[in-house]
Design a protein around this ligand. Structure first.
Ligand SMILES: Nc1ncnc2c1ncn2[C@@H]1O[C@H](COP(=O)(O)OP(=O)(O)O)[C@@H](O)[C@H]1O
Ligand SMILES: [Mg+2]
Length: 461
């Protein structure tokens, strides 16, 4: 590739400048210029002529076979992807430094024993990678390592060999020598992704791009690349917990509701097949301010402990803090408890925490949060054998939730004695559940409630 003249384009208004400027002279936006490589005239002309040859195709005649996926054998990982890796798809794996992205990628590479995996590393030496692989398990000759960041050379190597899966660790270290800007800059990252995506699509090789996440939680710089890839996976976790959660923020080949849960060990990421047990393992029995909710993570119900601490405000405005739960939702719940439950929370600090470093963002957890708050306020422990499910409406009514029978089954499976559900869900649950599960002896008792006061009475007495 010869040196080409690139241009800088304002990402806000499209103003073109021959060199980088901090502030756009056209729209006055700061820091909006990104280097862009010009499309060679040859390519532009060619693609134009190809386009004109195509005729519109009737939908009925489009070959609509389900893409052939291959599973990695790590079921938590496959589920998040929507059932496995689709050939030719480009998957961005984002996460904080040190969260375990390289570890997970290497594990996947080692699992795919009958595929040739090209692992391109721009961050670690071969020796470092070998040390990690030694910890992770057995390996064969099918994993090829390439310590390189120059995409011109990488493209050649991909052309020469025939890898069946490519891992690029990380996209921020890759650079195109025909661009002026430094590796890691937005322009470089974007153009590098464009080039790699083209290779993946034309050669039908699935590709993982590892990306770092900035402090603000966006995949560094390359917000711009999220739309270029097929799937965006986020690897999350609290530094102080060993749990790691893999989520799909975008998926062209599957749902974005599924999560995969892993536990980090020195031998790599271990799948957590039964998350409820794990999230409940450190429960504090008999203390006030704790409730168990059944939350749906994708198609899977997970039992999670939610905790609240309510103390009188000693100075200034009362504080409200939520970890793992939406703060505005908490404020709404407090308002409902005041107005419909007749509680005085205006002079209380309220702290809510979802245990285990997980995040709940579905309304079915409302009632559990409300119960934990009132439990702490009154200093009365909630019944430890009861699970609470329900959305709280502004009128203090308990509204129906989705997948009620699966939540009840999960609670029954883990040996809980009672579950509080919205009254309107009861019929549905009883229809779907096997009689053995709901009969009193050894089974779970299902209690339907209509209002928040009724629910509080059931759980807290
Ligand atoms: N020898 C080791 N034994 C156990 N854990 C290790 C070892 N070496 C590194 N780790 C852990 O692995 C993690 C690094 O994972 P890595 O996959 O390199 O993260 P990322 O690629 O996301 O930056 C670190 O949190 C580190 O604590
Ligand atoms: Mg890494």
């Amino acid at each position: 590739m010869s040196k080409v003249i690139t241009k800088y384009v304002c990402q806000n208004c499209g103003y073109v400048s021959p060199r980088w400027t901090g502030k756009c002279p056209n729209c006055n936006e700061w820091n909006s210029f990104v280097e862009e490589a010009p499309v060679p005239a040859r390519v532009a002309r060619k693609s134009g002529s190809i386009a004109s040859k195509f005729e519109p195709v009737p939908l009925t005649q489009v070959n609509g076979h389900e893409e052939e996926r291959f599973a990695t054998g790590m079921s938590e990982f496959d589920r998040v992807l929507g059932g496995g890796i689709v050939p030719g798809s480009v998957i961005l794996l984002g996460g904080d430094p040190g969260i375990g992205k390289s570890t997970l990628m290497m594990q996947i590479a080692l699992l795919l024993k009958n595929k040739i995996v090209l692992y391109i590393t721009g961050e670690e030496s071969l020796k470092q990678i070998k040390l990690r692989a030694d910890r992770l398990g057995q390996y064969s000759d099918s994993v090829l390592l390439l310590p390189e960041t120059n995409l011109e050379l990488i493209t050649e190597i991909i052309e020469r060999g025939s890898p069946e899966l490519i891992v690029v660790d990380s996209i921020q270290t890759m650079f195109r020598p025909d661009l002026e800007s430094a590796p890691g800059s937005v322009g470089q990252v974007r153009e590098s992704t464009a080039l790699l995506t083209r290779i993946a699509k034309t050669k039908n090789i699935p590709m993982f791009l590892v990306g770092h996440v900035t402090k603000e939680g966006v995949i560094a710089g390359p917000r711009v690349i999220e739309h270029m890839v097929d799937t965006v996976l986020q690897f999350e976790g609290e530094r102080h917990y060993s749990y790691r959660i893999l989520r799909a923020a975008k998926n062209r080949f599957g749902s974005t509701n599924e999560i995969g849960i892993f536990e980090m060990h020195d031998t790599g990421m271990r799948e957590v097949k039964n998350p409820s047990e794990v999230f409940l393992s450190e429960r504090a029995y008999g203390t006030s301010g704790s409730a168990i909710v059944a939350s749906m993570e994708g198609t899977r119900p997970i039992l999670i402990e939610v905790q609240a601490l309510v103390t009188s405000t000693s100075y200034g405005l009362p504080q409200r803090t939520a970890t793992g739960f939406d703060l505005r939702r908490l404020q709404m719940l407090l308002a409902v408890l005041e107005k419909r439950g007749g509680l005085n929370l205006g002079t209380q600090d309220v702290f809510v925490n979802v245990a285990g470093g997980i995040r709940i963002d579905e309304p079915a957890a409302d009632l559990g949060i409300a119960v934990s708050i009132v439990s702490s306020l009154r200093d009365v422990p909630a019944d430890s054998q009861t699970v609470v499910v329900g959305e709280v409406g502004l009128g203090g009514e308990i509204r129906t939730v989705s997948h009620s029978e699966r939540r009840v089954q999960e609670a029954a499976k883990l040996g809980f004695k009672r579950i509080i559900v919205p009254k309107n869900n009861i019929r549905h649950v009883k229809l779907k559940m096997t009689p053995q599960a709901t009969q009193s002896k050894g089974g779970i008792e299902i209690v339907g409630v209509e209002s928040i006061t009724e629910a509080l009475k059931e759980v807290l007495g």
